[in-house]
Design a protein around this ligand. Structure first.
Ligand SMILES: NCc1[nH]cc(CCC(=O)O)c1CC(=O)O
Length: 335
C-alpha cells in the first residue's frame, strides 16, 4: 500500500534535502561573501565632519579624513572596493558642471587620500555631471535638451582627470550614447590602459533614487526628469541592446541599477555577455528596508541578507550596497 502522496509524487520528495541544517548547507547553491561587496559612500567638504542622511538611516556624508578612517575599517573587513559620490558646494555648481574637470575637486581629493592611506581598497568613481551641475542633470543642458556629444566629450575628460588622481575604475552613470568608447579612448591616450570601466549599462528612469539625491544635494535642483537618457522601466530588451553597445565599446564590467526590481535584467545580462555583472541596490531600496525594520515590521538584518543573496542567485558577481560594511561585519562574525 503506498500512500496518496507517494502515488502523486512517485516517491520524489523535495523536502529530504531540506530536513536539517547540515543538508541545507550541503545543497546551498549560492553564497554571499565579503568579496561580493562594493560600498557606495558620500563625501563632503571640510574636516572631521560626519553628517547623517535622514532618509538613509545609518548612512553618513563624510569629509575626506573621516572617509579615510571608514575606508580603513571596510578594508580590514575585506570589502574590495568603494564607489565615491560627492556633495559639492553649491557655489561650485554651474550649468555645465565645470568643477567635474578640476583636478583638485572633492572627488579627486577623496581618491588621492584613499589611494595614499588605504591603497588596498579599490576606488570606483562616477563621471556623471549631476553632482556638479546647477540643474541636477547628468549632462550639459542646452535649452531644454541634455546634449549628448558635448557631454560625452566632457565626461571623457573628467575620466582622465579622475584616473590621474588614482581612480581604479571609471564608472559612467550618465547614460549618454557613445560614452564607453570615448572614455576608453581618452584613458588609453593618457596612458591609463590599466584603469577599468564599469558601465552603468542599464540604468533605469527610476523613482528609487530619491534619498541619493538628498544625499548629494541635487533633489531640490533637478528640473524635469531623466527620461530622455535613462531607460524606461518597462523595457528589458532595449536594456540588453544598450548594454551590448557598452560591451562593444570596451566596458570591462556591467552594472544594473536599481537592483532588486530589475533581477530579470541582471540574469539576462549575465546570460547575454558573460562579463562581470554588478547590481546597484540603490538608496530607495536601502531606505525601504531600513524604514520597515525601524518600525518593527520586518527583520531588517534577514531581509538585507536575503536581498543580497537574491542578486547572487540572479547571476550577479557583486553588489553595490549601502549595507556593505554592516554585512561585512556580520559575515566576519560568522567566520
Ligand atoms: N548620476 C546619477 C546618479 N548617481 C547615483 C544615482 C543613484 C544612486 C542611489 O539611488 O543610490 C544616480 C541617480 C540619479 O540621481 O538620477
Amino acid at each position: 500500500m503506498t500512500n496518496v502522496v507517494d502515488q502523486i509524487t512517485g516517491h520524489r520528495r523535495m523536502r529530504r534535502n531540506r530536513k536539517a541544517d547540515w543538508t541545507r548547507r550541503l545543497v546551498q547553491e549560492n553564497r554571499l561573501t565579503v568579496d561580493d561587496l562594493i560600498w557606495p559612500v558620500f563625501v563632503i567638504p571640510g574636516t572631521n565632519v560626519v553628517e547623517p542622511i535622514p532618509s538613509m538611516p545609518g548612512v553618513n556624508r563624510m569629509s575626506v579624513d573621516r572617509l579615510v578612517e571608514a575606508a580603513k575599517e571596510a578594508a580590514d573587513l575585506g570589502v574590495p572596493a568603494l564607489a565615491t559620490f560627492p556633495n559639492i558646494e553649491m557655489r561650485l555648481r554651474d550649468e555645465t558642471g565645470s568643477n567635474s574637470l578640476a583636478a583638485d575637486n572633492l572627488i579627486n581629493e577623496a581618491t588621492r587620500a584613499l589611494k595614499k592611506h588605504v591603497p588596498q581598497i579599490g576606488v570606483i568613481t562616477d563621471v556623471a555631471l549631476d553632482p556638479f551641475t546647477s540643474h541636477g542633470h547628468d549632462g550639459i543642458l542646452r535649452g531644454a535638451e541634455i546634449v549628448n556629444d558635448e557631454t560625452v566629450e566632457q565626461v571623457a575628460k573628467a575620466a582622465v582627470v579622475q584616473a590621474d588622481a588614482g581612480s581604479d575604475i571609471i564608472s559612467p552613470s550618465e547614460m549618454m550614447d557613445g560614452r564607453i568608447g570615448a572614455i576608453r579612448q581618452a584613458l588609453d591616450a593618457a596612458g591609463h590602459q590599466n584603469v577599468g570601466i564599469m558601465s552603468y549599462a542599464t540604468k533605469f528612469a527610476s523613482a528609487f533614487y530619491g534619498p541619493y539625491r538628498e544625499a548629494i544635494g541635487t533633489g531640490g535642483l533637478l528640473k524635469g526628469d531623466k527620461k530622455t537618457y535613462y531607460i524606461d522601466p518597462a523595457n528589458g530588451t532595449e536594456a540588453i541592446r544598450d548594454a551590448a553597445l557598452d560591451v562593444e565599446e570596451g566596458a570591462d564590467m556591467l552594472m544594473v541599477k536599481p537592483g532588486l526590481p530589475y533581477l530579470d535584467i541582471c540574469f539576462r545580462m549575465k546570460e547575454a555577455f558573460g562579463l562581470p555583472v554588478f547590481a546597484y541596490q540603490v538608496s530607495g531600496e536601502y531606505a525601504q528596508i531600513k524604514a520597515a525594520a525601524m518600525n518593527g515590521w520586518i527583520d531588517g538584518d534577514r531581509v538585507m541578507m536575503e536581498t543580497l543573496l537574491a542578486f547572487k542567485r540572479a547571476g550577479c558577481d557583486g553588489i553595490l550596497t549601502y549595507f556593505a560594511v554592516e554585512v561585512a561585519r556580520q559575515l566576519s562574525k560568522k567566520g
